[in-house]
Design a protein around this ligand. Sequence first.
Ligand code: HEC
Length: 427
Amino acid sequence: MRFQIVFTFFLFQIITVLSAQNTNNLKYYPVLENIFVNKCGKCHNLTENSPFSLLKYEDVLKNRNMIRKVIAEEIMPPVIIDTTYKTFHNVITLSQEERKNIINWIDNGLLKGDKKASKIKTVKQKTKVKTSFKINLDRHLALGETNKDQYVFSVFSLPIKDSIILSNYEFVIKNKHLHHAELLDLQNYYGIPENMDILNADYELNKKEISIDRYLIGWFPGSSGGVFPKNTGLKLFGDRKYMLILHYSPTLEKHVDKSYIKMEEQKLKDYREVLEYGLHGTAKYIQENKNQPFIKANEIKEFYFKDTVSYDMSAFAVYFHAHHLCEKMLAYAVTPENDTIRLLKIDKWNFNWQFTYRLDKYLKIPQGSIIHCFATYNNTIENIENPFNPPQDIKASFFSDDEMLEFFILHLNYSEEDEFKKIEYNN
Ligand code: HEC
């Protein structure tokens, strides 16, 4: 018995020493290269809105101290959702072993190893979204200085004949004060928010003349582009007016905006139109509680909104929008048959990481389903994101220091068997 214990202990020691030796001897080729290219390089590749590339050994070497910190503190890759509730096509996570490997490798001198051991054939560094045409955001040349939220509207036609199918787009952001951008299709009904200050417009902006047909695409911090499933897209027309809304956060600094949107056209004979469903908690709250604060000072408040789906949808992506006081959100649907469809659970909401979460398979949300949406806001001083000290009563509005709650589902009109199809994306 004694022998057995000693033997087991001895064996355990050998295994520990062996595995420690393994991680001490880790080399960039092939183990670390695989992690950096496939996990980090999806964003750190100079074509996305990330600060530097991490596709090469030299890139990693240069940024090693910062990398060690963001890996040890679990800041990177940025994951704010509960992946045990639902996983998504484009959420990149690191296993604890991968984290340990990165740290050990850095602490042991970032050994390079032999390039021949590389398992990665070609490192793609080419532009992801092809540019059929560009829309510049520099609609107003002197921004800032006022220390107030600024909204810039402009109405224009797109540089296209007849119509095109927009298959992908990317917001290339060059201005740190940009808080939000969106492109709207103007047509059927009126919908300019009453409380917006109009700083500038290329077009004589008359509320009675303008009617917004639909929201097309938008940008929030952390997001960069829109990737749609193959053979789907948004139809854009040469003879229509489009409106760009740009929202800049308050600053005393004078600035300009050199950001732009890349649009990629796809020549498709047969395509399915991308549609957006929105549960607008902010608007519902304002309708029901005129002039009441959304969240009182020093209050932690949970909101619950629901809405009924009026036609069969094939969902392919979901996302939330709020500002700084929000901490967590949850959305799910309950079908008329009482089945629950999980949609999205965010446990560590972060204003800077507003991703669009793409699904692997279409999710059928049948007509008559109820979308349930919960969100908790912390307006106490314990919330380090609170823009006010001492905390103030916060309204529901578009302004950056006020709050919002929006939940969106990108989808197609349901078609037979969609729910059994794996989605192939354009990129
Ligand atoms: C989903 C996209 C995404 C992924 C995946 C990702 N990053 Fe990042 N990373 C970013 C963006 C965007 C920033 C810039 C954040 C900012 O400016 O606040 C950033 C910033 C950083 C920084 C700088 C932090 C600082 O304090 O300035 C480091 C270091 C970093 N990432 C390392 C990594 C490593 C290592 C991985 C892989 C394990 C990784 N990232 C995966 C998007 C990503």
